[in-house]
Every structure is written in C-alpha cells, then in structure tokens.
Design a protein around this ligand. Structure first.
Ligand SMILES: [Fe+2]
Length: 306
C-alpha cells in the first residue's frame, strides 16, 4: 500500500438548525444516503460510492457550523504513532471512546490554534449499503439529486493558519499543494494527504473555528451542470458557479444548506504527488486563483462562514 498514515477525510460533523430540512437537502438534493439516527439524535449519512459506515454527521443545534473534522488512518497502530508525534510537537491529545459514533472505533483528537477540532480514527465498519464488490455495477442504485459520490474535502477559517500548516505537515505528513500569500502574510493554504489536489484547506480569519464549506465529489462537469439545474429548480441558495478554480483546477458550484452551511460539489482537479512543488499565488492573481473564469472574488464567498 503506497498511501499510508492518513488516508483521507473520513467524516465531518456539522451543526444544523433543523434536522428535517437538512435531511431533505443532503439526501434528496445532494444525493447522500441516510444511514441511521443515533440514540442522541445525531443523524449519520454517507455518499453512495463510499464503503465506510458514514461520512457526514448532522447534529441539531441553535447555531450552524462544524463540530469536528476527522481523518481516517490506515491502521490502529497509526493512532498511537500520531498521538506521540502530536504530543511531542506540543499539542494535547484527547481520546474519544469507540462507539461514540456508531460504526467507528477509537479516535484521537486535538484542537488547533485555528479553533478547529481535528480527529483521527482507524476503524469504520463496512457500510451495510456499500458499493458492490463482486462484479460491481457502476452504481448499485441509480444516483439521486446531484449524484454526490463521496465527501471530498473541507475548507476551514480561523486564526494562525501557518501553525495549522505546520501541524498537518510535521505531525500528519500532509503536503502543502498550494498557497496564497499577500503582503500581509499567508492568506490561504491547501493540504493533501493523498493524490488529491487537496484534502483540507484553511483561510486566515480573525474568528476561530469557522466553516467555509464541505465539498462532495461529483463525477464530471456534466454533473456540475446537473447540480446547477437542481439549485435553480429547488431554489437552493446559490453562492457562485458553475465555475472553475485556478487553485486545484477543480470544477465547482457553491451553495448553502438550509442552515447556512456552505456546500460545494466539485469534480476534476489535478493529480498530486508528494514530490510536486508547492504552487503559489500572489495578491495580484487571487481572483483567477479562486474563480478562474470570473477572475474576481465576491464578498459573500470571502466573508460568509458558519
Ligand atoms: Fe472546496
């Protein structure tokens, strides 16, 4: 196995204001499958092309946002390995007992200086409704809504992203794939633990623990257009798109769930290898970096977070 250590973003737990409205959005429109409701009322969902028990957790709360972003590691011993490295690096490591979320084994976690809770886990049950393994069809059930295939990445806003960069590089072996630097300093970073152009990204922001978006992978540009049709048809709050990023080269459309959490559906993006240099953008090119077609940022995209 060439990919070892941290494999991918495993699950994100979001806060939503109304579970029924959120479920209609994530299940009917984005195309996730509901796995179960847990004993404390949290709802567990997965995308149809994922094997693990769940990848999105919804918790009803008075304020929208993100509770935790968790990454799956290759094996249980990795958790002890990473815990030792994180503590030696200077962050306190907490533990979460197996079963705190149904279908998951033990987790370790830290709170970054950006305010975000980051966790690692090694075990997830194989989903009952997993993709076919023996003579697999392209999909088991016809894809629904935007036809999300998997949860792909998350973009977080908070203070001190340079330290978050070093945490992901020095403790978890992520690589910095792209960065935006302005005369005021580091503005944004994209980090990969895999062959993807990014698995997690951060933007410098004064208020800690903010969510910019959680992104779901679609198959191709045609499906981004289909998502745009659904956003129009069902009056889903649009942010921007369909468009393309200069950074990652991903094809994209952004919109909001009924609680105001931003979502992205995303396809494409280049293949990253760990020996690739970090791509850099400066303040004069930031519009094209973020929105390659429009070549300009919009205030809502920059400023609205949950
Ligand atoms: Fe994204």
């Amino acid at each position: 196995m060439a990919i070892s250590g941290v494999l991918r973003p495993g699950f994100v737990q979001l806060r939503v204001l109304n579970l029924n409205a959120a479920l209609k959005h994530y299940v009917d429109h984005i195309g996730l499958n509901k796995v179960m409701t847990g004993p404390d009322g949290r709802v567990y969902l997965k995308a149809p092309d994922e094997f693990d028990h769940h990848s999105l957790v919804l918790r009803e709360a008075a304020e929208a946002g993100v509770d935790v972003t968790a990454f799956k590691v290759a094996k249980d011993a990795d958790l002890d390995h990473f815990a030792a490295r994180i503590e030696a690096w200077g962050l306190a490591v907490g533990t979460v007992a197996p079963g705190e979320q149904p279908g998951l084994g033990r987790r370790i976690g830290v709170t970054l200086t950006t305010g975000h809770r980051i966790e690692l886990y090694a075990h997830a049950d194989l989903a009952d409704d997993h993709p076919e393994i023996s003579n697999p069809e392209i999909w088991k059930a016809e894809p629904r809504g935007m036809r999300a295939q998997r949860m792909d990445h998350i973009l977080l806003y908070g203070p001190g992203i340079g330290k978050a960069q070093r945490f992901f590089e020095e403790c978890l072996d992520f690589a910095l794939t792209e960065k935006v630097e302005t005369p005021d300093g580091l503005l944004a970073i994209w980090l990969s633990c895999s062959n993807k152009a990014h698995d997690v990204a951060f933007v410098e922001h004064a208020v800690p623990n903010k969510l910019h978006h959680v992104a779901f992978q679609l198959e191709d540009w045609n499906d981004i257009g289909n998502a745009a049709d659904l956003i129009g048809r069902y009056d889903i709050a649009l942010d921007i798109g369909p468009t393309r990023h200069g950074i990652t080269r991903g094809q994209t459309i952004y919109f909001f769930d009924p609680s105001g959490n931003r979502n992205e559906v995303f396809s494409g993006g280049y293949t990253y290898y760990p020996d690739n240099p970090t791509r850099g953008w400066d303040a004069d090119h930031i519009g094209k970096a973020i929105f390659y077609y429009e070549r300009a940022l919009n205030e809502r995209f920059l400023g609205v977070v949950t």
